[in-house]
Write a protein that binds this ligand. Structure first.
Ligand SMILES: Nc1nc2c(c(=O)[nH]1)N[C@H]1C(S)=C(S)[C@@H](COP(=O)(O)O)O[C@H]1N2
Ligand SMILES: [Mo]
Length: 200
């Protein structure tokens, strides 16, 4: 499978609208933003877990994850510190594939990283071709400093929602704030509405 997902073809967001969200500037580099040290996670020890509100767990090994249908994704990304980068190219598994067959009534998700970071999102923002577990960038294995071996990619929200070194997804029936959200950052984080901080 070699599909570009609808809405992520590098076109402007709307045919007539701007491509750069308000308050952002364009960079051609790829800044590294990490709240702590880069954890070392070997592919042999890597596991990805989805846990539902009932405590039911589904776990994938690296080989099991790679055996799932893969997608190539091109996306613009927007960091809350105001840099944006156009046309980033990733490869990985759609969250639709990973969530397929999981029984849940949860409306919320918490993404947990190796190393302790977490971030919250509505479950609806992880489905419908909007989010991926990615393990390659620009045709190369994802570098550890950018979240390798695998990270979450949710390009329609500020980039802090795209948890690096993704370890698990916990589905919950109520909202639970993640690392930056507990510290005053916005619960949702839509770059087009400049939802940087709580109250924006
Ligand atoms: N585990 C983890 N994930 C994280 C972060 C982090 O500090 N730890 N930083 C977030 C922020 S603020 C941004 S902008 C992006 C940065 O990704 P990059 O370093 O690949 O540019 O990762 C997000 N995911
Ligand atoms: Mo960020």
């Amino acid at each position: 499978m070699n599909e570009l997902s609808p809405g992520f073809h590098g076109r402007p967001r709307t045919p007539s609208g701007p491509r750069l969200p308000p308050g952002q500037y364009l960079t051609t580099g790829f800044p590294v933003l990490s709240a702590g040290p880069t954890p070392t996670v070997t592919e042999a020890r890597w596991r990805f877990t989805i846990e539902t509100e009932t405590g039911a767990e589904r776990v994938w090994t690296w080989a099991e994850m790679l055996a799932l249908p893969q997608e190539d994704v091109r996306a613009d990304i927007h960091c809350v510190t105001r840099w944006s980068k156009f046309d980033t190219r990733w490869r990985g598994v759609s969250l639709d594939v990973l969530l397929d067959g999981i029984e849940t009534e949860a409306d919320y998700a918490l993404a947990y990283s190796y190393g302790g970071y977490s971030t919250n999102l509505p479950l609806a923002d992880l489905t419908g071709g909007k989010a991926w577990l990615v393990h390659a960038y620009g045709g190369e294995p994802l570098e550890p400093e950018h979240g390798g071996p695998a990270r979450l990619l949710v390009p329609h929200l500020y980039f802090w929602k795209s948890a690096k070194w993704l370890k698990s997804l916990r589905l919950t029936t109520r909202h639970i704030a993640g690392f930056w959200e507990t510290d005053g950052y916005h619960d949702y984080g839509d770059p087009w509405r400049e939802q940087r901080l709580q109250g924006d």
